[in-house]
Design a protein around this ligand. Structure first.
Ligand SMILES: [Zn+2]
Length: 466
């Protein structure tokens, strides 16, 4: 099955290939670094990671840019309140975000672009928009005149005709689906930090940074622009208005949006006590790969109900897969090839790939994996599984892990590396051979203390992390 995605712009599922050569030019909206990112943010970033991996699995190369919004109303407010320079304040949360991404095994985009490093380009773009009669100034700020872009509303499929003139809005985020002229450049209030530029002192609005950095690094028409559904309006609508007014070309061919995340069936909020950062969950002892698995397991266009029960199930699912892999690697099967099993492996692998290519249907892809694991385990139990079936089964697991990336346990700080464990397991085997059972037991117990379980099997010793 060819790779296809639901395109918010056309409201259709469309076959996807990059516009030119084999490289996907993709832009995704990154974090606003005023606090630790929460688990709802990471749902979107995990979706983007799956998207990257599926694009690559289809043989495409990636040129992916993500912005870091390091100046906005909240950042300025918090930095001023904590008497810190902007750059110092945002560095803390940028670093924390990147650490969290690494813990969740989210690949780094080819380029991270900070808003504050692109001020001159934004000023130039605002000037060009002014030359094209798309802006007006008021009280030192510059606004985008949405009446100058009649297609406004084409992404969110809102009909704004007859409602395009008049009111304007100063804040970066506004809730209602009504059309407002939005700030491209904001004049500083009181003692706020600002940049002194040709269009006056101030700072850029949120929307212009994405348009400018996307076009600068990826060209006038992107292959894919992605983010959370909450960005469709107004952020992405505004990005389209600015970018297409600047270039006269479609801004992005595909627009992909990940649905909301609920926690225990409710909207996440600090007051309900169901607001989690990644750190909160890891602090409660949940492995980052369980969190990744849960976030990845629901197709991105369905809303995801994140529960602690779901996290526990994710950990069990991962354990089942790791146990299966260990069994494949360590058990001695009878020689030969079971043809039926070989065919099943091919079918499972095909079903996995087809499901992902069908607009990243991760739930069906996982169903194909677990059906295979069940079949293969029972074939092993009944002695039908043969040594010749092992390489293809391991290959299928590798294909799975190329996308889901959960099989390798996270090594805790100070934990033992694989080679440390192997070395100790070998010493224990030697001790047993020498009939030094006390030493053998001590090595086993020490490993157990570090969360490593040794198992004696017919085919020798194997180990796993608890
Ligand atoms: Zn953006």
């Amino acid at each position: 099955m060819a790779l296809r995605f639901y395109n918010t712009l056309s409201q259709q599922v469309e076959d996807f290939t990059p516009a030119s050569q084999n490289t996907v030019r993709m832009y995704t909206c990154g974090p606003t670094v005023y606090d630790f990112a929460h688990i709802g943010n990471f749902r979107t970033f995990t979706f983007v990671d799956l998207l990257r991996k599926c694009l690559r699995a289809n043989g495409f190369q990636l040129n992916h840019v993500m912005n870091i919004t390091d100046v906005d109303d909240k950042i300025i407010r918090n930095a001023v309140a904590s008497h810190q320079p902007l750059a110092e304040y945002t560095k803390t949360y940028t670093d924390a975000f990147l650490d969290d991404c690494a813990a969740l095994r989210l690949e780094r985009p080819e380029r991270l672009a900070s808003a504050t490093e692109h001020i001159p380009e934004m000023v130039a773009a605002i000037q060009r928009l002014g030359d094209g009669q798309h802006t007006y100034a008021s009280d030192g700020s510059v606004y985008f005149k949405i009446a100058s872009f009649p297609q406004y509303g084409k992404l969110s499929h809102n009909d704004f005709s007859g409602n395009l003139a008049g009111a304007r809005v100063d804040v970066d985020e506004y809730e209602k689906a009504d059309a407002r002229d939005f700030a491209l450049w904001k004049t500083p209030k009181d003692d706020e930090p600002f940049w002194d530029t040709a269009i006056g002192p101030g700072r850029p609005g949120w929307h212009i940074e994405c348009s400018v950095m996307a076009i600068k690094y990826l060209g006038e028409t992107l292959d894919i622009h992605a983010g959370g559904v909450d960005l469709i309006f107004p952020h992405h609508e505004n990005e389209i208005a600015q970018s297409e007014s600047l270039t006269g070309k479609p801004f992005s061919r595909f627009w992909l949006h990940a649905e909301f995340l609920m926690v225990e069936g409710q909207k996440m909020s600090k007051s309900l006590g169901n607001y989690y950062t990644l750190r909160d969950l890891m602090g409660k002892g949940h492995a980052p790969e369980s969190i990744r698995y849960l976030l990845a397991s629901v197709p991105y266009r369905k809303s995801l109900n994140f529960t602690i029960e779901g996290l526990k199930s994710a950990a069990i699912a991962i354990k089942r897969l790791r146990d299966f892999k260990l069994r494949l690697e360590t058990e001695r099967f009878a020689e030969g090839l079971n043809e039926k099993m070989a065919v099943r492996t091919v079918h499972a692998s095909q079903a996995f790939t087809d499901s992902l290519n069908d607009d990243l249907n991760t739930a069906e892809a996982l169903a194909a994996v677990f059906k295979f694991v069940r079949d293969a385990n029972s074939a092993m139990d009944s002695g039908e599984f043969r040594a010749g079936n092992t390489p293809a089964a391991l290959e299928f697991l590798a294909l799975f892990d190329c996308i889901f990336d959960v099989l390798k346990p996270s090594v805790k700080a100070g934990g033992l590396s694989d080679s440390d464990i192997e070395e100790r397991a070998a010493r224990r085997t030697a001790a047993k051979k020498a009939r030094d059972f006390a030493l053998a037991d001590r090595i086993r117990d020490e490993l157990l203390e570090q969360g490593i379980v040794l198992e004696d099997t017919k085919s020798g010793v194997r180990w796993k992390r608890k």
